[in-house]
Each structure stands twice: as C-alpha cells, then as structure tokens.
Design a protein around this ligand. Sequence first.
Ligand SMILES: N[C@@H](CCC(=O)N[C@@H](CS)C(=O)NCC(=O)O)C(=O)O
Length: 252
Amino acid sequence: MPTNFRLITIPVSHYSEKARWALDYLQIPYQEMAHMPPFHRNATKKHGGTSVPVLVTDTGVATDSTDILRYLDRLYPEKLYPIDPKIQLLSTELETLFNSTLGVHTRRWGYSYIITPKLLYPKWTLGVPFWEKLLFPIIFPKVGKIVRSNFDITDTSATESCREIEIVFDRVDGLLADGRKYLLGDRFSAIDITFAALAAPILQPPEHHIKPTPLDVLPTQMQTDIRKAQATPAGKFALRLYQEHRYPVDRI
Ligand SMILES: N[C@@H](CCC(=O)N[C@@H](CS)C(=O)NCC(=O)O)C(=O)O
C-alpha cells in the first residue's frame, strides 16, 4: 500500500473537491497542498501535471481527478467503482457527462458572478502558504483577466452555463424518478461523488470544505439560480449526498 499521500489543489477547485472527497470517503490520511492560482502551476509541473488536482504518493502520481479516483479504486477495489457489468455503460456515460459538461459549466457560471477580489479571496486562499496570500492583491488583476479569458466569461456566460447545468440536472432528475437511492442504484459510488462535487458551486452545500458565502451577499441572479438548483430533485439529491457521505477529514 502506498504511503505519504499528498493532494495538490486550488482550494475552491471543484475537481479538487472530488478527489478530496474520495480520499476522505476511503479514510486515507493525506496532506492537502493548497495553492492559489497561478502558484499551483509550480507544484503540478514538478509531477508532470498542468491542472489541479494532482495526487502524489511514495509510489505513484495521478494528474487528473478521474485518474485519482481510479488509482484509489485499484488500492481499495470496489469501494468507488462498482463492477456489475450491467451498470458499466451508465457509469461511464454519467462520469463523462459530469466531468466534461457539468464541471465546466458550474465553474463558468460561478466565475461569471464572483470574479471580484472580495468574493474570491477566501475561496482561493484557504490553506495556501502565507506568502501566496500576501501576493493575492498584486496578482489578482492579472490572474482575474486570465480566468475571464480561459473560461470565456462574458455578459451572457452565466445564463448560457446555467442552461447547460439545467440539462445535466434534468438527466439526473430522470434517473432519480424511479426512486433509486444513488445514481447507479443502491450503492454510493464515485459517480455520486463526481456529480455532487462538480454540482457544488451552484448548490453551496454547508458541509463543503469551503464554507458557502452567505447568499444575501451574492448577486441577486446568482441567488436565484442557486435557490432554483437547490429545489430540483438532482439538487436535493446532491445536498443529501453531502449530508450523508461527506465524512470529516483526516488530514495529516
Ligand atoms: N480534467 C481535469 C480538470 C481539472 C481542472 O479543470 N482544474 C482546474 C481547477 S477547477 C485548474 O487546475 N485550473 C487551472 C489551470 O488549468 O492551470 C480533472 O478532472 O482533474
């Protein structure tokens, strides 16, 4: 069994939250090495990664959130990914949908509203080295611009991405309509973690590693989008997953 688990993150990154949740769920002690952008780049580059999360152990490295979950699944077989061949197709379809659509649009939707130093400071700096915190006011204007450009933040991006999120939520509502307890049936899995972690920006679960910003300080339309998402079956489902399966952390 590998030892010395270290998870390189940007605190607010929901792909990082997905990996963090899997480690916490499996009760693996690990050290989170949080960095504010762009300082995460130095840390990830050392291990051959470009984005966060990156998981490093004494025997291996995984540089993508799904690769991290798969790596953990090889260490703890069947705890994260069920092996029932009947649900393989659905498992792969949902994982791809959440990773490539939901996660991309909850991030774009969120940044469309909160790309201000006041709202971002706590989300980018929780647990990062103190000198990175000190540099926040200096680097924010430049990094803020890069974020706007990389994630295509425009006057209409919040509305566009909210619509994409609704389509994914509709797919999840449809699955839950038969009364299933979890997305793949009666067992909690990596697919549930992936959905809830990547949906978290628009649901603001109180159990999240980053405590939600009080709704009343957020832009009005953002509050409306959050309330609407929280009230859907998919939203209630993800909030329940946070309540029931987001165990207290065991950090080194
Ligand atoms: N496919 C990747 C996506 C990760 C991702 O998009 N990470 C973002 C944060 S949410 C990131 O590292 N952005 C900064 C960068 O790319 O330098 C995964 O699942 O790990």
